[in-house]
Design a protein around this ligand. Structure first.
Ligand code: GLC
Length: 553
């Protein structure tokens, strides 16, 4: 595929950065992060090299699921600012070259949403069919998302004597997307935020959208996404849909719309994420190679969102039971670090014991794997979790800006903050933006350099991947190219031992010289024979394949 063939799909080499306004920066001193603070932080994100901010839900909410329980799709949680503040933020970000996408949470509403408040009161309410009601719960409970916290996906409503469905918490009734009135509401919500200037949506909980178990009128789940995509494209030439589909690759293909596309533009790659953890725990590159091989191919250009952590538990649900245990044992040995039998309540830096070599290796992989990288706020400085915060909140503590009180997040009293900051070795005294900005050797500067290289190496986001055959199992070697000559070769040593990789000849690789993109030096390739390349423990190289007579870009 040539870059020129695919038009301006900006997200194909974007750098996404996910944050929650509530915990990023307090601009008015009341203890809660807000749009004013976020707007003031844009210079920081620009300096880091972020090109698209994904805003977690910031809408009015009872806040019983960190804002994923929405009571008004058209507003802003008053604690975070006004609608004007949000609009100003979106505009200011754009003027600094940063797009904004927002979470679209339409699988469910909060039970405090006026639709549900009316729907539960009377079977004759015009909003009754906005939700899913049954006289009897279905026996199919396989969609239970929060085992231990919820026993069923059906909740009895005594007033109107029926059960309503909730895939997530009982205070989050599922919307009935088979109802055309609900789809029209969603179209209006989407159109509204596009008008305010957002560049797309991270669609929450995609596989749940239309999966009403036992529903006689269950519609084609893909029809909704196809319609949504067409609608979004009519309203905005640039808007994209990034879906949260935590399913195996073959099922993800269906959410791209199959071979021909037409549905989601991008999806997070949960399979690859799980494989990266398994590979790094084992010191064996095979899981990563297998995950990339199993990625489905589409004729329409689609994008994979690569990530190491997000705001939820690190979900290992796509691994086998034995594989999951291996990762648990290595990275979350304590029971309190695990949740739902499938996930880890930790951030990456503590999981890797703060080892700078392993952290750099992990981020080098993240930015060189085919696809688009998605960072979760604080990753760029190696923030840790706060195990004292309940459940998934452990990884949602406030951003650490300075070594001072509240990590510089807010001047308010600590008790006014949305959650307490991390303490100990990953606390703000040791891990904060200001110190790392002043230290050229910090993780922040390292990730900034990776981002700059990622942005000037479009093969990573656009190219086809080739897995390089060699005899060193601990090293992952891959090439990304957008055409036959040139491209980028990346090598990652997942082990604590030095490693040597025998690379194919110049003729096989299609270049004469490998130019190190992260440290200035060159490795000449042998014309007919293998070339040995050495890697430090946890070492990595990004090498530009320079064809004969080619120049470094
Ligand atoms: C998604 C979100 C998660 C939330 C759930 C319900 O999985 O990532 O944080 O709890 O949807 O909206």
């Amino acid at each position: 595929m040539r870059i020129a063939d695919v038009g301006d799909l900006w997200w194909r080499n974007a750098v996404f950065y996910c944050l929650d306004v509530e915990t990023f920066r307090d601009g008015n001193g009341d203890g809660v992060g807000d749009f004013t603070g976020l707007t003031e932080s844009l210079g920081y994100l620009e300096q880091l090299g972020v090109t698209c901010i994904w805003l977690m839900p910031f809408y009015p909410t009872p806040d019983r699921d960190d804002g994923y329980d929405i009571s008004d799709f058209y507003g802003v949680d008053p604690r975070l600012g006004t609608l004007g503040d949000a609009a100003e933020f979106i505009r200011t970000a754009r003027s600094r070259g940063i797009r904004v996408i927002v979470d679209l949470v339409v699988n469910h509403t909060s039970d405090k949403h006026p639709w549900f408040v009316q729907a539960r009161r009377s079977r004759n309410s015009k909003f009754r069919d906005y939700y899913i009601w049954r006289d009897r719960p279905t026996r199919n409970q396989k969609n239970m998302v929060f085992p231990g916290e919820e026993q069923s996906i059906w909740e009895w409503e005594p007033k109107t004597e029926q059960y309503y469905m909730h895939s997530f918490y009982r205070h989050q009734p599922d919307l009935n997307l088979t109802n055309s009135a609900v789809r029209e509401e969603i179209a209006k919500i989407v159109a509204y935020w596009l008008t305010l200037g957002v560049a797309g949506f991270r669609i929450d909980a995609v596989p749940f959208l239309l999966a009403a178990p036992g529903s006689p009128d269950a519609a084609d789940p893909h029809e909704f996404i196809r319609d949504l995509k067409r609608f979004v494209r009519r309203r905005s030439s640039e808007a994209m849909l990034l879906g949260e589909v935590a399913l195996p690759h073959p099922e993800q293909l269906e959410y791209f719309g199959g071979q021909d596309g037409g549905e989601l533009d991008a999806q997070f790659d949960f399979t690859l994420m799980d494989a990266v953890y398994l590979a790094s725990v084992r010191g064996d590159a095979t899981p990563i190679a297998d995950a990339l091989r199993s990625r489905p191919k589409t004729s329409e250009p689609v994008a994979w969102g690569n990530f190491l952590r997000n705001h939820d538990e690190l979900t290992l649900q796509l691994l086998t039971d034995e594989e999951r245990e291996e990762v648990f044992d290595a990275l979350a040995p304590e029971p309190y670090q695990r949740i739902y039998g499938r996930g880890i309540l930790r951030r990456l830096a503590p999981m890797l014991n703060g080892d700078p070599r392993r952290l750099r290796l992990a981020y080098s992989l993240l930015f060189s794997l085919p696809g688009v990288p998605v960072l979760y706020y604080g990753e760029e400085i190696g923030m840790g979790e706060n195990p004292e915060l309940p459940g998934r909140s452990a990884v949602r503590s406030p951003m650490q800006w300075t070594p001072e009180r509240n990590g510089g997040f807010s001047p308010a009293r600590p008790s006014q903050l949305p959650g307490s900051l991390t303490t100990g070795g990953f606390g703000p005294e040791y891990v904060n933006v200001r110190n790392q900005q002043m230290d050229e050797g910090s993780l922040f500067h390292f990730i900034r350099a990776l981002i700059a290289r990622y942005r000037t190496t479009p093969e990573i986001g656009w190219g086809d991947v080739e897995l390089v055959e060699h005899d060193t199992p601990g090293v992952f070697a891959h090439i990304l190219r957008t055409d036959h000559e040139g491209g980028m070769l990346a090598l990652h040593n997942l082990t604590a031992e030095p490693a040597t990789v025998s690379l194919p000849s110049a003729a096989d690789i299609g270049g004469e010289v490998l130019t190190d993109l992260l440290h200035p030096r060159e490795i000449p390739l042998q014309a007919e024979r293998a070339t040995d390349v050495h890697l430090d423990p946890y070492g990595f190289l990004w090498l530009q394949i320079t064809p004969p007579g080619g120049a470094i870009v």
